[in-house]
Design a protein around this ligand. Structure first.
Ligand code: ARG
Length: 492
């Protein structure tokens, strides 16, 4: 049993179950590159401030780089005995470069180290998730452009309400994902702050330069208050709550796609690559992918509640409870990444049944509102017009026909102000276009195209910044998840 890095005051070894219980290496291995990046910048700063020598810094840099390369080649074994990613890396560094490794932790604590790693890690993920959202927006915009003429029933209370264009429907989701992107972009200013230098809680007596590290790592600023720096996890809560909204949007879309693909609606069909069959019923083509998207929303909500609850009773500053932020966070990132990556191709390969959609818009008196508005424009009060059309609908139901099938004479039994021009007005095409004209729809599309370009610009600016930071330290920049990476364990 190797001695703990913090074992100075201890005379007996940790209980093995406690060791397994307190260890986080099985999941915080996810932070490996960011831990190394943070350590490299910290060592550079120590040498810049004269706290370690240039030679010592060179040795530390080389050792840390070697470790990063070994991780890329999946050649490192981490150990439960070393508890977390921070102490595992320090142990491996010691094995590589000897005693000088013991200088790396000067003027630093795992408390500001883990906070730093999380900030570095999350900002990388935010950029990548915004990129995935843009890709989905792009797919939806292509569909919207293809369907500026496709009419289908719009629903309220899942009852046919008024005719709409399929383009409008897809554009509604583009709006939701735009707000999601803006939420993530907005959180950037708070994520991109450096907590390093707070040490355990109150800073350090060493003459460090916190701004030096922040600049080297591309941060916009440093935490002003050191107690806050090590105990703040708001940025994680913000991220997970933005993720919860993304999943909620995806889930609503999923629900609709599930309904629309049913034989009852028959508005769409999924490409065979994006659905699965039944083990017993040979005819089945199940929308399992979108059902899972809907189902996985629950685990993201759960993660939000887990982290909020974990934080609510914590006194300042760091508490070990905070280790519990990682598994929910990583799970949310994994869920988001997988779901968003699958939804773009799934949506772009959907087949829409335009004829069925149009037929559906003809049934259900979807032109009743435009007829009432016609009567108002001819001088009736809206309430009176509503009443007249209500009676016309009831009459048509009894005749089992649509309103436009009534003769002018029949219509005039309800109101003498109805004239021949009514047929043109209440046609499904007119009912749709009267509320949203083609120019208006195209304007919305153009606006979204511009926004999409702005979103792309944001991503490439941030990506360039982050890539340049990783490149400076010869580290790989890759938002793909590192897990699963298992740790060697002497306990069961
Ligand atoms: N694994 C810990 C975490 O994730 C790192 C910080 C531990 N600090 C401490 N003082 N025990 O929060």
């Amino acid at each position: 049993m190797s001695k703990k890095l913090w074992g100075g005051r201890y005379t007996s070894p940790t209980n093995s179950e406690v060791e397994a219980y307190t260890a986080s290496i099985n999941f915080d291995v996810e932070l490996a590159y960011e831990d190394i990046l943070g350590s490299m910048a910290h060592a550079m700063m120590l040498s810049y401030c004269g706290i370690i020598t240039t030679e010592e810094n060179d040795q530390l840099q080389q050792g840390l780089l070697d470790i990063a390369n070994k991780i890329s080649q999946n050649q490192l074994q981490f150990s439960i005995e070393d508890e977390d990613i921070h102490m595992n890396i320090e142990r491996i560094l010691t094995e590589k470069v000897g005693d000088v490794a013991g200088k790396l932790h000067t003027a630093r604590s795992r408390n500001d180290q883990v906070a730093l790693d999380l900030h570095l890690y999350l900002r990388k993920q935010i950029v990548s998730i915004v990129e995935l959202l843009i890709c989905l927006q792009d797919t939806l915009l292509t569909l919207a452009k293809q369907h500026v003429q496709t009419i289908l029933p719009g629903y309220t209370h899942l009852q046919r309400a008024q005719p709409i264009y399929l383009a409008q429907h897809w554009l509604a989701y583009i709006s939701m994902f735009q707000r999601d992107i803006e939420r993530l972009e907005n959180s950037w200013t708070r994520v991109n702050q450096s907590p390093l230098g707070a040490a355990a809680l109150t800073g350090t007596s060493f003459p460090i330069n916190r701004q030096h590290v922040a600049d080297a790592l591309g941060f916009d600023g440093i935490y002003l208050n050191t107690l806050d720096a090590v105990s703040d996890r708001d940025f994680i809560v913000e991220f997970i709550s933005a993720a919860a909204l993304i999943m909620m949007h995806l889930s609503r879309m999923s629900e609709e796609l599930i309904l629309w693909s049913s034989q009852e609606f028959n508005f769409i069909s999924f490409d065979e690559r994006y659905c699965t069959g039944s083990s017993i019923m040979p005819q089945k083509k199940n929308p399992d992918v979108v059902e899972l998207g809907r189902g996985k929303t629950g685990r993201v909500y759960g993660a939000l509640l887990a982290v909020l609850t974990m934080l609510k009773g914590l006194p300042l500053a760091y508490n070990k409870d905070m280790q519990e932020d990682k598994e929910p966070l990583f799970d949310v990132i994994k869920t988001l990444r997988q779901t968003l990556s699958i939804y773009s191709p799934l949506v772009s390969t959907l087949k829409t049944n335009d004829i069925i959609m149009r037929q559906a818009a003809h049934n259900g008196y979807l032109n009743a509102t435009i007829l009432a508005e016609y009567l108002v424009k001819k001088g009736l009060r809206f309430r009176a017009a509503h009443e007249v059309v209500g009676k016309m609908v009831a009459f048509s139901i009894s005749k089992q026909c649509s309103i436009e099938r009534l003769s002018l004479h029949e219509m005039q039994q309800f109101s003498m102000i109805i004239s021949e021009d009514v047929y043109e007005i209440i046609s499904i095409d007119n009912a749709a276009t009267a509320c949203i004209s083609s120019p208006l729809l195209n304007e919305e599309i153009t606006m979204r195209e511009q926004q999409l370009r702005a979103n792309h610009t944001w991503v490439s600016e941030k990506e360039d910044l982050l890539k340049s930071v990783y490149l400076k330290y010869s580290l790989p920049y890759n938002p793909m998840l590192l897990m699963p990476h298992s740790a060697r364990s002497s306990v069961g």
